[in-house]
Design a protein. Structure first.
Length: 466
């Protein structure tokens, strides 16, 4: 008989100090165990409200997972939803192994580049198959991602892993507890354990009343999950499922702390690079008129020309100074992962958008999209509101006329709350996000004014993400 222990956590969401404590405890357990130990991450190490995570496109978190000794991690929505699948190869490089996801595919029906549907790990004399699944969001279609049939995909991967010699098959899930429970009955003859995430459930003793035992370790790096398995000729038995709290005064993993310090140092150097110049400051007031948001609107119009541009104020956090503008000023003004978008709307639809976006009720809304921050007043360039009169380029807005409206993907999607339905012809550029668009615009202005800098290409991510 062979014994295997699986340590797991999920939904760290940028709690780097907590991750360092988890890493230290995992390293301690590994060092004292008489049996092999694997460490799994259940997704969403990224957190857009945390500076290092946002400015590295989430990659810094994967760099820290690698330092913590994680053997396999599933791709969560924290990175995919904000940056799209193009970031997956960088996550793989940072971790040292590809993010796992078997239930997403690109337009060609393949697992997204940089990811893998499953992996086969060695643990002592055992071979452990790990399969990844993640919750599906309809916004993924913007990035050309489609949902695979989850049951079929998991069963196929499990079969392939068994054929390759897997003694144990684990499903590493960022689909959420209800999906895990439902799926467990369809894969109970293929999978031995489901290690979950996404819904932040703290299952102190796991769940044994489903088709397959299920575990999940809460969130925010506050608990370490532990599963003990026994494997013999008769199969796999889940002997014990527990979680242990990791206190704030617990030791921190020096490997994680060193990686964190290096990532911050690299990031600061990257942020200090000059990117443009402003003759006047662009101030920010989300409740009235935001010069910073208007500057982003101009940048969006330069990227995706239209008759006018809209932007929800909450995309911006701060203003920009007059004089030399460094990359840190750009990312302080907006670290929003929103993508440029453009669509055709009638004047009547635009009038309705303005009615909603300029209302006090809308400005006070605090959706999860912005982590509870108020949306603020809808900002605009190229269109003006004077009481009951709305003007486009000095002419009255015509209800029957069709206008080309530029914005981010949020303003032109139903979940932005400004439109009941997404326009049929909406176009998205998922290759860039708002701070990149603003940086390119500032660089163009500098070049036009006689500066030496050429147009900024899309940044490949800060050094913190490499």
């Amino acid at each position: 008989m062979s014994t295997l222990e699986i340590l797991h956590w999920n939904d760290v969401h940028g709690r780097w100090d907590g991750l360092a404590r988890l890493g230290a405890r995992a390293r301690q357990i590994r060092g004292s165990a008489a049996h092999p130990v694997l460490v799994l991450d259940g997704g969403d190490v990224e957190e857009n409200s945390v500076r290092l995570s946002a400015l590295s496109y989430g990659v810094a978190g994967w760099r820290l997972l690698g330092a913590a000794g994680v053997d396999a991690a599933v791709a969560g929505n924290g990175g995919l939803l904000r940056y799209g699948p193009a970031v997956l190869p960088r996550y793989a490089e940072a971790l040292g192994s590809p993010p796992l996801v078997c239930d997403l595919e690109d337009a060609d029906g393949r697992t997204p580049e940089g990811a893998a549907a499953s992996t086969l790990l060695s643990a002592g004399d055992l071979r452990i198959g790990i399969i990844g699944i993640t919750d599906f969001y309809h916004q993924y279609a913007v990035f050309g991602l489609h949902e695979r049939g989850r049951v079929t995909a998991v069963r196929r991967e499990a079969t392939l892993l068994r054929e390759r010699g897997a003694d144990v098959v684990v499903l590493l899930s960022h689909a959420g507890i209800n999906h895990d429970r439902g799926l467990s009955w369809s894969v109970r003859d293929k999978v031995d354990l489901i290690v979950g995430g996404h819904t932040h459930d703290l299952l102190t003793e796991g769940e044994r009343d489903q088709g397959v035992p299920i575990v999940q370790a809460g969130c925010y790096a506050e608990h370490l999950g532990r599963v003990l398995l026994e494997v013999d000729a008769d199969g796999v038995r889940v002997v014990d499922m527990t979680v242990e709290p990791v206190d704030e005064d617990a030791p921190a993993d020096p490997h994680v702390l060193a990686a964190l310090e290096a990532a911050e140092r690299d990031l600061d150097a990257w942020l200090d690079e000059p990117v443009g110049h402003l003759d006047e400051p662009a101030t920010h007031d989300a409740e009235t008129v935001s010069g910073a948001a208007e500057l982003v609107c101009h940048a969006l119009l330069a990227h995706s020309p239209g008759d006018f541009a809209f932007l929800i104020a909450a995309h911006c956090d701060d203003g920009l100074p007059a004089g030399p503008v460094r990359r840190r000023h750009v990312w302080s003004a907006t670290s929003s992962p929103g993508n440029p978008a453009r669509a055709s709307l009638t004047g009547a639809q635009v009038r309705s958008m303005l009615g909603v976006g300029l209302s006090e009720e809308y400005a006070a809304r605090t959706p999860r999209t912005f982590r509870g921050r108020p949306l603020g007043r809808l900002q605009m360039v190229g269109i003006a509101v004077h009481g009951d009169r709305i003007e486009v380029d000095g002419e009255p807005l015509e209800d029957e006329r069709t206008y080309t409206v530029t914005a981010s993907d949020l303003e032109l999607a139903s979940y932005g709350g400004l439109l009941a339905h997404e326009p049929a012809d909406v176009e998205h550029d998922s290759t860039v996000i708002l701070p990149e668009v603003l940086e390119a615009y500032l660089a163009d202005r500098l070049t036009t004014a006689g500066g030496a800098r050429s147009r900024a290409a899309r940044p490949g991510g800060s050094p913190a993400s490499r």
